[in-house]
Design a protein around this ligand. Structure first.
Ligand code: 8YV
Length: 335
C-alpha cells in the first residue's frame, strides 16, 4: 500500500522492521513511520527479506539478518537507508550498499556499559566458578562449607589483555582497574596518552607479546576481514595454560575449534563466551566442557539498552527523512 500522509502532509516513509522490538519502541515507530513489523519474530527467510527490500524505503534489520551483495542488487530503488538495530554491522555488506546509494547506520554507544558489565560477569563467573557453585546448589549437592572446596582464582593482581580498545574495551578497562586487574591492550591504533593514563592501560603493539603476558584475554574487537580468526591456533598457543579467554564481541574473532581443542586438552584453563563462530549453532564439544561459561548473546540485553537502541534507530531514520545525514552513519573501512 502507498505511504499514508503524515500530519505535515509529507508521506510517511515505509519502514520494514525485521524483528519484534520492545513494545514502546514499536509504538513510537508506528506513530512516526509507515511501519511493517514481522509479527512472528522469526528471522525472515532470504526471499522474504528480498521482497521486503523491494517494497520499503527504510529497512531496520538486526544482527540475525545477513544482507549480502546479491540481495542488495535485488533491492528496490526505493530502499535508501538500512538503519541497523545494533552496533555490530558485520552481517551487512556496507560497500555494496554504498555503491548502490543505500546508506547504513548503526547504534553505537548504547551497548557499551552493558557489554562491559557482561564481560566482567563472564570473567568473574569463570575465575570464581559460579556455574559449578550454582549446579551444586540446584542439585542439592552442598554438604556444607569446607576449606578446600570450590576454590577459584583472585582477580586482583592478575593481568587482563583487552583485544580491541574501542568504546567497549575502554569500559572494560575502567571496570577492570576497580577490580585490581592490570590492564594491557592491543588495538589498531594506540590511545591518546591522556586516555591511556586515565585508564591505567599498557599498550602492546604486538598482539603475540600481549597474549604471552596476560592471565585473561577479553575480545572486544568487531568482526572484520582483519579480525577474522585473529585468535587462531598459533596465537591461542601463546597463552599461559592457566589463562582464561572471554568474548562478548563476535565469535568469528576466535578460531572456535582451536579454542575448544585447547580447552579440552587443558592448554587453556577456561573460557566465558557470549558469542559463537556459527551464531546459535554451538559446537557440542564446547557445550560439554566444565571449564566454560556460555551465554546466549546477552551482552547488550538490558531493558534500558534495548530502549536506547530503539531510540537511536528512530533518530537515525528521522534525521534521514528530514533530509540530513543520519548521525550514526557507517562507512566502509570504519571498523
Ligand atoms: C545486539 C550486538 O543485541 O549491538 C550489537 O552489535 O551484538 C548485540 O548486542 C544486536 O546487535 C541487535 O541487533
Amino acid at each position: 500500500p502507498p505511504s499514508s500522509p503524515s500530519d505535515s502532509g509529507r508521506p510517511r516513509p515505509v519502514v520494514q522492521v525485521t524483528r519484534r522490538l520492545p513494545e514502546a519502541i514499536e509504538a513510537r515507530m508506528a506513530e512516526l513511520f509507515d511501519c511493517r513489523f514481522n509479527e512472528s519474530d522469526t528471522r525472515l527467510a532470504r526471499e522474504e527479506m528480498v521482497a521486503a527490500m523491494q517494497s520499503c524505503e527504510i529497512l531496520v534489520p538486526t544482527l540475525t539478518d545477513r544482507i549480502d551483495a546479491t540481495m542488495l542488487a535485488q533491492a528496490g530503488p526505493r530502499l535508501k537507508l538500512i538503519a541497523n538495530f545494533g552496533a555490530g554491522i558485520d552481517h551487512l555488506d556496507i560497500a555494496s550498499a554504498r555503491q548502490r546509494g543505500i546508506l547504513v547506520s548503526n547504534t553505537p554507544g548504547v551497548v557499551t556499559e552493558d557489554t562491559a558489565d557482561m564481560t566482567m560477569a563472564l570473567i568473574l563467573a569463570v575465575t570464581r566458578r559460579l556455574p559449578e557453585g550454582m549446579a551444586q546448589m540446584q542439585a542439592g549437592n552442598w554438604h556444607g562449607w569446607a576449606p578446600t572446596a570450590n576454590l577459584g582464582g583472585r582477580l586482583a593482581g592478575r593481568r587482563l589483555g583487552i583485544l580491541g580498545m574501542g568504546r567497549i574495551g575502554q569500559a572494560v578497562a575502567r571496570r577492570a582497574a576497580a577490580f585490581g586487574l592490570q590492564v594491557h591492550y592491543h588495538n589498531r591504533r594506540r590511545l591518546r596518552p591522556e586516555t591511556e593514563a586515565a585508564l591505567q592501560a599498557t599498550w602492546s603493539e604486538s598482539l603475540d607479546r600481549m597474549l604471552a603476558r596476560v592471565d585473561i584475554v577479553s575480545v572486544n574487537a568487531p568482526h572484520t576481514p582483519a579480525t577474522f580468526h585473529l585468535l587462531n591456533a598459533r596465537r591461542l598457543k601463546l597463552l599461559k595454560p592457566t589463562a582464561v579467554v572471554v568474548n562478548t564481541s563476535r565469535g568469528e574473532v576466535i578460531d572456535e575449534n582451536a579454542l575448544t581443542r585447547m580447552l579440552r586438552a587443558g592448554e587453556i584453563a577456561g573460557a566465558g563466551l557470549d558469542v559463537f563462530e556459527h551464531g546459535h549453532e554451538i559446537n557440542p564439544r564446547l557445550r560439554a566442557l566444565p571449564n566454560v561459561v556460555l551465554l546466549p548473546h546477552m551482552g547488550s540485553a538490558t531493558v534500558e539498552g534495548r530502549a536506547e537502541m530503539g531510540e537511536r534507530v528512530i533518530v537515525n531514520i528521522k534525521t534521514f527523512v528530514d533530509g540530513h545525514r543520519p548521525p550514526d552513519l557507517v562507512v566502509p573501512g570504519m571498523f
